[in-house]
Design a protein around this ligand. Structure first.
Ligand SMILES: Nc1nc2c(c(=O)[nH]1)N[C@H]1C(S)=C(S)[C@@H](COP(=O)(O)O)O[C@H]1N2
Ligand SMILES: [Mo]
Length: 529
């Protein structure tokens, strides 16, 4: 090792000086490793943005982590971080990679091959993840990351070493004077290049994942007039129809898939009389139904955000299944998305007369890319994880005995009807309210259970009192409600529950989302005064 040995006769100040010098040199080399890695990742991100955005090394590793994380840990992360869980995941992957990149830089100081070796190992892990998630072509970004990362490290290493050799009087270090300045300038240039390439990658990805503007045909079976909700009347209440850009998003992806509707196809196979494959145009030519349906995620906790009402346009699922002719052994609709993600749906429930569809439109527009463009499944009354396959490409008629889908393999329920529930939108938990009249308001849902008949509010554990109801859209749609409350001074507990058209009262029995949806009654504390 070429670190200068402290003179044994030196006093303690000099000793401290040389120790901090050593620390500075180590930090510098760690920084060189980090900069090289950043540039490699940024170049890979740019290449991925032009090909398949999800093959960007960090995203590929992140997706692999999602797939491998045990269900209880995933549920914990969703509870802790909500919709920020993915940002935190990607952030964690980046932090771990950069720490190892720093180690690679420090190793490179001793011997370039050691540092380069560690970088190649890191990229190899990303490449394995990308290969596991996609096709061989998705290895390209990782390859670019390796080449650019190692080349950068080599270049910085050369810069750092060249000035040392030129000045034999100096210890073999890159830590002093002109040499240090030269290395810092070089590293700064690479960092700037990384910012430019990474920024370009992000920009291209955002351009490509913009929504598609397609004129959709008129439905053969329209949904009818949409009533005016309580939106303008009750401050803070969820709008009766949620705008596309505000609609909750839940899926296992770290990117927004970019699928070309002209090459996209939907195949129906398995236990069918004839396998069929349809194009997007084929779907546009079929009879379309338009329905107002409230989607709900099984991961929604009581009072949570993963629920939303929208107007969907699509082809009736049974029309498609009839074209293929379902055989008599199937009990499962096993759907696959463009990337191989699978979802299972009970065949009997999806085809019992409810408005199940392969949707191509949402609130009067083509499906947004985040919500499944060009087509997705919608089944009223079932949680999204067993029914709402986005970016769908295949519908396979099979049995539960024969094939198991993504969440089934992670121990979630296979038969999961949406539980009757309500959410208090206003006031917020722990809100400070004026004494006197206050409005409590929210939304309630009871899809496939006769819709919401009543919502009741309970103050401080007293009797349940009927709330005033907003308009009923249909039995598969949520319903707004509000309650005028004369608040006395002090702390209060406000609770709400829903009662469905078929007489089901929302249960007070608490359950976590896993494995078949949360239950319990939302109760929040507020203060008036
Ligand atoms: N391809 C695919 N489809 C999917 C998912 C997914 O991870 N991948 N998540 C499902 C879940 S859990 C829900 S709740 C709904 C959410 O649909 P949204 O994001 O449009 O609200 O999509 C479903 N469809
Ligand atoms: Mo979900």
């Amino acid at each position: 090792m070429s670190t200068p040995t402290p003179d044994p006769s030196s006093d303690s100040t000099a000793d401290r000086g040389s120790r901090s010098h050593r620390l500075g040199v180590t930090a510098l080399w760690a920084g060189l490793g980090v900069v090289s890695t950043l540039l490699g990742m940024a170049a890979a991100h740019l290449v991925a943005s032009l090909l398949t955005p999800s093959s960007s090394p960090v995203l590929a590793v992140g997706s692999q982590v999602i797939d491998l994380t045990p269900t209880p840990m995933k549920e914990w992360a969703i509870r802790q971080f909500g919709t920020a869980d993915k940002v935190i995941l990607v952030g964690s992957v980046i932090v771990v990679v950069l720490i190892l990149a720093g180690v690679a830089g420090v190793l490179a100081r001793r011997r370039l091959a050691y540092g380069a070796g560690l970088l190649v190992l890191l990229v190899a892990i990303a490449a394995a993840a990308a290969l596991n998630q996609g096709s061989v072509s998705e290895l390209l970004p990782s390859l670019v990351a390796a080449v650019v990362g190692v080349a950068s490290l080599w270049w910085l290493h050369r810069k750092a070493s060249a000035t040392k050799a030129a000045d034999p009087g100096q210890p073999r270090e890159a830590g002093t004077g002109a040499s240090r300045r030269g290395v810092l300038i070089a590293a700064g240039a690479l960092a700037a290049a990384a910012a430019v390439l990474g920024g370009a990658g992000r920009y291209i990805t955002s351009l490509r994942s913009g929504n598609v503007d397609i004129a959709l045909p008129e439905p053969a079976s329209p949904a009818g007039a949409f009533p005016e909700g309580l939106d303008g009347q009750v401050k803070g209440i969820t709008p009766l129809r949620v705008a596309n850009e505000d609609f909750y998003r839940v899926d296992t992806r770290l990117d927004t898939p970019v699928i070309d509707q002209d090459t996209w196809t939907l195949t129906i196979d398995g236990d069918v009389e004839r396998e069929i494959t349809l194009t997007f145009d084929d779907l546009l030519e079929m009879d379309l139904i338009e329905r107002d349906i409230t989607l709900t995620c099984v991961s929604n906790s009581v009072g949570g955000e993963f629920v939303g009402g929208a107007r969907w346009l699509g082809v009736r699922l049974t029309d498609l299944l009839d074209m293929a002719g379902v055989g008599d052994t199937a009990d499962q609709i096993y759907t696959t998305d463009f990337d191989g993600m699978t979802i299972s749906t009970p065949l009997d429930l999806a085809t019992d007369g409810r408005d199940s569809m392969i949707a191509i439109g949402m609130n009067g527009e083509a499906l947004p890319r985040a919500h499944g463009f060009p087509a997705r499944m919608i089944v009223p009354g079932l949680y999204g994880f067993i029914s709402a396959t986005k970016w769908i490409t295949r519908i396979t008629l099979t049995t539960y005995a024969e094939k198991s889908a993504y969440w089934t393999d992670r121990d979630w329920a296979t038969d999961a009807p949406i539980k009757v529930s309500t959410r208090i939108d206003t006031p917020n938990a722990l809100e400070q309210l004026p004494v006197g009249e206050n409005i409590i308001g929210g939304v309630a849902w009871a899809q496939q259970k006769g819709g919401v008949d009543k919502v009741q509010v309970r103050i401080d554990g007293g009797p349940w009192q009927d709330a005033e109801m907003g308009p009923s859209v249909n039995n598969d749609y949520w319903r707004q409600w509000f309650y005028r409350w004369d608040a006395t001074e002090g702390g209060h507990a406000v609770a709400a529950r829903a009662i469905s058209g078929d007489g089901t009262t929302q249960t007070p029995a608490r359950a976590l989302p896993f494995p078949e949806g949360a239950s319990g009654i939302q109760e929040l504390r507020v203060t008036a005064g």
